[in-house]
Design a protein around this ligand. Structure first.
Ligand code: CUK
Ligand code: CUA
Length: 637
């Protein structure tokens, strides 16, 4: 007992010491019943799901809030050996692109599907920055079911921002490039490089994505966007940087001007122009990869045509307004009236008023144009300025009570301010240097203003050290009171750029527990142990295998030859929750399979040497799991 007390004392001392060494305002950091607030008892469920993007991991992680418990890593843009995603024959086509097989990307922005400006819990969309793509995750299975490539853009960072009935996912190119691609000197940027803003439509019943149209834009860097809601429904807002159109983004080149621009797009007008056929078509190439629900196999199709709208020719569709220096965030408040444009290098934050923007457009209160796109007078569209709120403002979300919360990267804090009066109400340090923050529903019409999650770029001393590479950190604040209160730190996977949170009861009732074996129309499914077989077709061998506690059938297979290409089609016959079976074979050069109940998954194996090779189930599925195995005999040709 005495030892425990001593230990406790030293821990407290150490924490206090570390905090006072490295952090400001440390005494305010963890206070009162913080532990209790973040505690979810064993066996209890969390109140919220939080979906965090993985940045360079290419994936998404699902956490429970307020506990910070990691529930699942959902593989999206990167192969995932843990469950065979991107290695199995069914899932490999998910990575088909016009550049070939690309099994990695950089995922930044998460968007939950919306109905009437609120999260509906059906799908989750996320962008791949590098080889421009948008993915859809089905929230009944937590699996990636669709990936659409976006053609003729470079760096799809500004994506995939959703409209309030999930009509469209809006995205903009991060890097302007020659369109179509061609071999030109880089210093011909101004004449040859262009940007595109893309509208992907979402089928309201099935969620399927289609590239509806692209708007040709001047060669800027499109950074972030949000769509209007309520009063501003039908409009999109995208911030840009490098309006200097420099081809080297060194500060002296790309950050000279006092102001960059926000693009304001009337997408209802764009729809009208589309209906009137006022688009041009361009030959291109991009891939659309979609899971067929009855077989579970990804069908991959190449598309070759895109429809382009040109704002020079089509008035009333696109406008610009200046935004102070190097804007990063662009966020619309729950009423749809206020749009926050954060200049990373600016000391203040500009808040725009949608009604003033509309008035300025009506009055043609313009300061000239850029490439035929009118530039609205800055003051005419301004609601007001938040004065000296902090250093390096990045992203803003809202609590539904008239307050906004902004992250400050340089001064490392979250600042709460009043949207109407622009008055600063509270500031709390974060550890350290936050990028995005997230309030469940914080970008919708109805935020759930109970918690705020800050995703920090620098971790340093927050956790036990793990060498030079550290997990990033997320910090949970209670924002239900006047002052924000830090209640939890937890490590994350990859670099979460953004997250969205949703009440668990909007997702949980739709959760699929297993796949119905009767509905399995996979062409190589084996719907019963009596139907297992091995079929040879030249060098190709198909093994129709079943998995059931606690054996794989067939379990002794002879007749393989060196040089064969063997397809193990494993059907998991279980019809129960939480009984996956795995499949691995010695020397397989790809990965393994993790097959969900009722599902069929295929692993290719190409034996190179004669011998007898063991295979086995990789998931501990029953008391006889270790027995769930077999042999494959390989003979000389
Ligand atoms: S970004 Cu990372 S902190 Cu990609 Cu939305 Cu701002
Ligand atoms: Cu099936 Cu272990």
């Amino acid at each position: 007992m005495k030892n425990r007390m001593q230990f406790g004392f030293w821990m407290l001392f150490l924490i206090a010491f570390t905090i006072s060494c490295d952090q400001k305002d440390s005494t305010k950091v963890v206070e009162g019943n913080a532990a209790e607030q973040a505690y979810v008892a064993p066996g209890e469920y969390d109140e919220y799901y939080a979906f965090l993007s993985g940045g360079y991991s290419g994936q998404i992680t699902a956490y429970g809030l307020p506990s910070g418990r990691l529930l699942k890593e959902i593989p999206v843009f990167s192969q995932y050996p843990e469950n065979g995603y991107g290695y199995s024959e069914e899932t490999k086509p998910m990575f088909n692109t016009s550049y070939g097989f690309v099994p990695w990307d950089d995922s930044h922005h998460i968007e939950l599907s919306q109905t009437k400006g609120e999260f509906d819990g059906r799908w989750l969309f996320v962008n791949g920055n590098n080889t421009p793509r948008i993915a859809r995750i089905d929230l009944s299975t937590f699996e990636t079911v669709e990936i659409l490539e976006i053609p003729d853009v470079a760096g799809l960072h500004c994506a995939p921002f959703i409209t309030e009935n999930s009509e469209y996912l809006v995205s903009g190119t991060r890097f302007s490039i020659p369109i179509p691609q061609k071999d030109v000197p880089i210093d011909t940027y101004k004449e040859n490089f262009k940007g595109l803003i893309n509208y992907v439509s979402v089928d309201p019943e099935h969620g399927h994505m289609e590239l509806a149209f692209q708007i040709e834009m001047p060669g800027f860097n499109y950074d972030l966007a949000r769509n209007g809601k309520a009063v501003s429904h039908g409009w999109s807002f995208l911030t840009t940087y490098n309006s200097e159109q420099a081809h080297s983004l060194l500060e002296v080149n790309a950050s000279q001007k006092d102001k960059d621009l926000m693009a304001i797009i009337n997408w209802k007008k764009a729809e009208e122009y589309m209906k009137q056929g006022k688009f041009t078509e361009r030959q291109t190439s991009y891939f659309h990869n979609l899971v067929d629900e009855s077989t579970g196999i990804v069908e991959s199709k190449e598309r070759t045509l895109t429809k382009i709208l040109d704002p020079k020719e089509l008035p009333g569709m696109v406008y610009f307004i200046p935004v102070p220096k190097s804007p990063h965030g662009c966020d619309v408040d729950p009423t749809g009236e206020y749009i926050v444009g954060n200049g990373k290098l600016s000391a203040d934050m500009s808040v725009y008023s949608f009604s003033k923007l509309m008035k300025a457009i009506e009055d043609e209160n313009f300061d000239g144009d850029i490439d035929g796109i009118p530039v609205i007078n800055y003051e005419a569209g301004l609601h007001g300025i938040v004065k000296k709120p902090g250093l390096g403002p990045l992203h803003t979300e809202f609590d539904g009570r008239g307050n906004a919360y902004t992250t400050f990267f340089i001064s490392s804090e979250v600042v709460k301010w009043d949207v109407e009066t622009k008055e600063i109400l509270d500031r709390q340090p974060t550890f350290y240097s936050p990028g995005h923050l997230m309030i469940p529903g914080g970008e919708t019409r109805k935020p759930d203003g109970k918690y705020l999650l800050a995703m920090n770029k620098i971790t340093k001393d927050r956790y036990l050290p793990t060498g030079p590479e550290l997990a990033h950190s997320a910090q949970l604040f209670d924002i239900s009171g006047d002052k924000m209160k830090l209640i939890l730190d937890f490590p994350t996977k990859g670099e979460p750029h953004y997250a969205q949170g949703i009440k668990a009861d909007k997702v949980q009732p739709n959760a699929v527990k297993f796949y119905d074996i009767e509905a399995n129309e996979h062409p190589y499914a084996t719907l019963g142990e009596g139907k297992t077989k091995v079929e040879r077709d030249g060098n190709e061998v198909h093994v129709y295998m079943t998995a059931m506690r606690s054996h794989l059938a067939p379990d002794n297979i002879e007749g393989f030859q060196v040089g064969d290409k063997v397809y193990f089609h494993v059907t998991n016959l279980e019809q129960d929750w939480d009984v996956p079976h795995g499949f691995a074979i010695q020397g397989a050069t790809n990965a393994e399979l993790l097959v969900m109940p009722g599902q069929t998954r295929t692993l290719v194996w190409e034996p190179k040497k004669v011998g007898v090779y063991a295979f086995y189930c990789t998931d501990f599925c029953s008391a006889l799991h270790q027995e769930m195995s077999g042999y494959a005999r390989v003979s000389a040709k």
